[in-house]
Design a protein around this ligand. Structure first.
Ligand code: AMP
Length: 217
């Protein structure tokens, strides 16, 4: 099945996508991760998107659509993608529909993680990722000592360059203006479900698993 994870920056899309991947073996496709990798290696794409990402704006639909078509067209991913961070505006949602049609696939669910703004700011400013196992922690809610003790033994934790208070305000504004209308698009298609994203991490996954299990059966 194909699933979209929707929700503002910091809602927990990446974290929950990893849980869904672990449980159901459906790969996560994160446009943000793909772009960050390009910036890290300094590719042409990376150079093109670096500044706009740092400012909290959206990179062009053309760039994103190429990245997405690359994945959707790959038989390995046929009808088995968790879309994380895409679509980010109505144009991308419509293009996704066209690509799914072109490659004979369907969207099963759009899951919307709902979280209040004050919590989002804490989740974003506290977010750190282990450079070795890619697990995400939060210095307020899930201190990274867990990783050092239990996960991969690494201590190199990195903070995303756009996870600062100044950029967050812009990212939340971009979400309200550009991404929020996408919810209505999937609501009208009858495949959107709201999830209470304010709960504890495992309680959120339980809600997601229940919905996914019902649709898969
Ligand atoms: P994320 O990791 O999803 O929060 O994305 C980080 C940044 O990458 C965003 O603030 C945007 O600048 C860019 N980005 C990620 N996905 C998209 C997308 N679907 N459309 C446009 N820009 C995106």
């Amino acid at each position: 099945m194909n699933v979209i994870l929707l929700g503002p920056p910091g809602a927990g899309k990446g974290t929950q996508a990893q849980f869904i991947t672990q449980r159901y073996g459906i790969p996560q496709i994160s446009t943000g991760d793909m772009l960050r990798s390009a910036v890290k290696v300094g590719s042409d794409l990376g150079l093109k998107v670096k500044d706009i990402m740092a400012s909290g704006g959206l990179v062009s639909d053309e760039i994103i659509n190429n990245l997405i078509e690359n994945k959707i067209s790959n038989p390995e991913y046929k009808n088995r993608i968790i879309f994380d961070g895409f679509p980010r505006n109505l144009e991308q949602a419509k293009i996704l529909d066209n690509l799914l049609k072109k490659y004979n696939q369907q969207m099963s669910l759009a899951l919307n993680l709902k979280v209040d703004n004050q919590i989002l700011v804490k989740r974003i400013t506290g977010r750190v990722t282990c450079s070795a196992c890619n697990k995400t922690f939060n210095t307020f809610f899930d201190p990274p000592k867990n990783c050092e003790l239990k996960e991969c033994g690494q201590r190199k934790l990195i903070t995303r360059s756009d996870d600062n208070e100044e950029t967050i305000v812009k990212r939340l504004k971009t979400y309200d203006e550009k991404t929020f209308p996408v919810l209505d698009y999937y609501l009208k298609k009858g495949i959107m479900k709201n999830i209470d994203g304010m709960q504890e991490i495992n309680a959120i996954s339980d809600q997601l698993f229940t919905i996914i299990a019902a649709v898969r059966s």
